[in-house]
Design a binder for this molecule. Structure first.
Ligand code: DQA
Length: 147
């Protein structure tokens, strides 16, 4: 099983970015947590971080064309307004799970709206860095049942 992880804008700064909200775990540490969980599950995982909306759209099309079976995506702030990413998630014939470190429903009002979530099979939010391995487990189970 092949799963592609797409990290959105500003997530490269995890560890020092608003640690009271996002914690002290760096993106490299999150990728290491994911790699460890992927090894346990027997999943072939790739992971990349993108600042640009168009880069994320292109990456979604690319990973699907290259044979990924599913996507884990934290679209960052694009979550709240990117219809291009929402459309790309709907274009590709593989399921995606949306991830957030923070509970987007417990913060500023503009963050409680996700335009991308409806194009995903589910979301995991609010568990800090732990949201990532939890989402990987959830997508793995979903794919195992729906292949
Ligand atoms: C985030 C939440 C977004 O509102 C924010 O813009 C981010 C991170 C999260 O993981 O909690 O960049 O996606």
């Amino acid at each position: 099983m092949r799963i592609a992880v797409l990290h959105g804008p500003n997530l490269n700064a995890l560890g020092t970015r608003e640690p009271d909200i996002y914690g002290h775990t760096t993106l490299a540490e999150i990728d290491a947590m994911l790699a460890q969980e992927a090894t346990t599950l027997g999943v072939d995982l790739t992971s990349h971080q993108y600042q640009g909306e168009g880069e994320i759209v292109a990456a979604l099309h690319r990973v699907a064309a290259e044979g990924a079976h599913g996507v884990l995506i934290n679209p960052g702030a694009y979550t709240h307004y990117s219809f291009a990413i929402a459309d790309a998630l709907r274009c590709i014939p593989i399921p995606s799970v949306e991830i957030h470190l923070s509970n987007i429903h417990g913060r500023e009002e503009f963050r409680s709206r996700s335009v991308t979530a409806a194009a995903c099979v589910g979301i995991v939010a609010g568990f800090g860095a732990q949201s990532y391995p939890v989402a990987l487990q959830a997508l793995f189970t979903y794919l195992s049942r729906n292949r």
